[in-house]
Design a protein around this ligand. Structure first.
Ligand code: ADQ
Length: 478
């Protein structure tokens, strides 16, 4: 197999972060490179004064890590600005939070050019390049402009909304159409893939060979669906050893026979943490028999605190926790336990297994690995119940979970009651159904499926391109 060069904004260089960082992308890429080796290229995590940016290279267990510094001004415009104030909210269907600035957009494009320059120095002619996530939508274009002919694939970990929302992005052609410089663009769900196909067909009038194959000048760009999975056997193994972990035993003892409900999310407005806590408050109001009998543990490491919206959510969640605990708590019982730190994978696995239910209620999520990890970690003889938002990509595979609309607090409150009251037979049957589906899509197949699809010979043109009217916008992407 050709060498795979993985590109992502964050790079999990071993021994640098202590191994317990929260973030789905790093979790799955680490797992892919553990099996396939290759190169992992991206930002070093350092911001430095302009002109002092360095590139570093290191090797670990067969993987070459190459990381580049970014200047403070570039970081502000590319990361805090365009990527996280513009692309992140719009791709999560949150037009209300979008803040556009031409300057940030210019910074985003400039940093993509800079990364293309840095990467070029390390590329070999037969490398397969695999770019990840919304930070690098235009990276293939920047590489093609520099003459790179290698296969280049792109995978989006987060949702991709319908054209009506996308077109609210000022100069959307500049970023969205640049995806046509990839050979393969992968998404988590059919819904996301259809949204790009609709955009290219109806908004940009790109010629297409079929519903998911588009023709952009001399190139063919395919769209595919590759739902991210988790390491099922590994999580199951970690969870089975729970009783041996002193920390997990301590948590269980501290519950004093109460049932535990767990939520595990990075602090982000897409995860619906505040609304979920209000649903739990509603549950305590509507189902008083559970008061004093259930503890909800929400584990939420802080992220992107430098962005104002994130500081605001932190404050609002703190207020909700204070209100619920103040109103319903007793000297001997705290309804919500809220902690802001990362935990090791084995500790998380143990906590998942010890929980009677998991509340995974994002308002919108590309996939959501916590939902899948929770299922993997359960004892099949006495499993807990997954309460899952219908707006998480994971809902496609987890049809046997309790699917909820996270905006409907009464329905979420009712689902909590249903989960806690569910008979053992039903819990086992639901768990088995979801577990079997997820086992067929273990993360160990995911990366190879993508790389196989990227490197397989192009399907022969079955028919002449459809809708060949010249695209009014292609020039804007060039
Ligand atoms: P994220 O938004 O980061 O990922 P998610 O899929 O839930 O979200 O993954 C979070 C990961 O971080 C999980 O593996 C979880 O175990 C871990 N984690 C969370 N809290 C932690 C804590 N306190 N300590 C340690 N680890 C913690 C993005 C997209 C998702 C998509 C993934 C992968 O937003 O929709 O599922 O990429 O494609």
């Amino acid at each position: 197999m050709a060498r795979v060069v993985v590109v992502s904004n964050r790079v999990a260089v071993p021994n640098r972060d202590g191994g317990a960082r929260a973030g789905g992308l790093e979790v799955v890429l680490r797992s892919f490179l553990k099996r396939n080796q290759g190169v992992w290229f991206g930002w070093s995590g350092r911001t430095v004064p302009k002109g002092e940016e360095k590139v570093r290279q290191s090797e670990h267990a067969g993987v070459t890590y190459i990381t580049a510094d970014i200047s403070r001004a570039d970081f502000q415009e590319y990361y805090n600005g365009f990527a996280n104030r513009m692309l992140w909210p719009i791709l999560h269907y949150r037009l209300d939070l979008v803040e556009f600035s031409s300057r940030d957009m210019a910074g985003y494009l400039r940093v993509n050019e800079m990364f293309a320059d840095r990467l070029l120095a390390f590329l070999k002619p037969d490398d397969v390049i695999w770019v990840h996530d919304y930070h690098f939508l235009p990276l293939a274009k920047a590489l093609r402009d520099r003459g790179v002919q290698n296969k280049i694939g792109f995978f989006l970990h987060i949702p991709f909304p319908p054209p009506d929302l996308l077109t609210a992005l000022p100069k959307h052609e500049r970023t969205i159409l640049s995806l046509c410089h990839y050979d393969l663009v992968g998404f988590q769900t059919d819904n996301d893939a259809d949204n790009l196909a609709d955009y290219l067909t109806n908004e940009s009038r790109m010629p297409s060979r079929d519903r998911r194959t588009f023709i952009a000048g001399q190139r063919t760009m395919r769209i595919g669906v590759f739902p991210v999975g988790v390491e099922m056997a590994e999580f199951e193994r970690l969870a089975r050893r729970t009783n041996r972990l002193a920390f997990a035993r301590e948590v269980l003892t501290s519950l004093a026979d109460r049932s535990m409900i767990i939520g595990v999310d990075r602090l982000d407005y897409s995860k619906g943490i505040g609304m979920r806590m209000r649903a739990f408050e509603q549950f305590l109001a509507d189902y008083p028999r559970w008061r004093g009998a259930v503890t909800y543990l929400q584990i939420t490491p802080r992220s992107r605190s430098e962005i104002r919206e994130y500081a605001d959510i932190e404050r609002r969640i703190d207020e909700t926790v204070g209100r619920v605990n103040g109103h319903y708590g007793e000297a001997s019982w705290t309804p919500i336990r809220y902690v802001n730190r990362p935990y090791s994978r084995s500790t998380l696995a143990g906590l998942y297994r010890a929980s009677r239910a998991a509340l995974v209620t994002p308002l919108r999520d590309g996939m959501n690995l916590v939902a899948k990890e929770y299922i993997a970690a359960q004892d099949p003889e006495d499993p807990g119940v997954l309460i899952l938002s219908r707006f998480a990509g994971a809902a496609v595979e987890c049809q046997a979970a309790l699917l909820v609309n996270p905006y409907d607090q009464e329905a979420v409150a009712a689902a909590i009651d249903q989960a806690l009251s569910m008979p053992l037979d039903e819990r086992r049957a639901r768990h088995r159904d979801v577990f079997n589906v997820l086992s067929e899509n273990d993360v160990k197949f995911w990366g190879n499926r993508f790389i196989d699809a990227l490197t397989c010979p192009e399907p022969a043109a079955a028919s002449a391109p459809r809708a060949v009217a010249a695209s009014p916008h292609l020039a804007a992407a060039e």
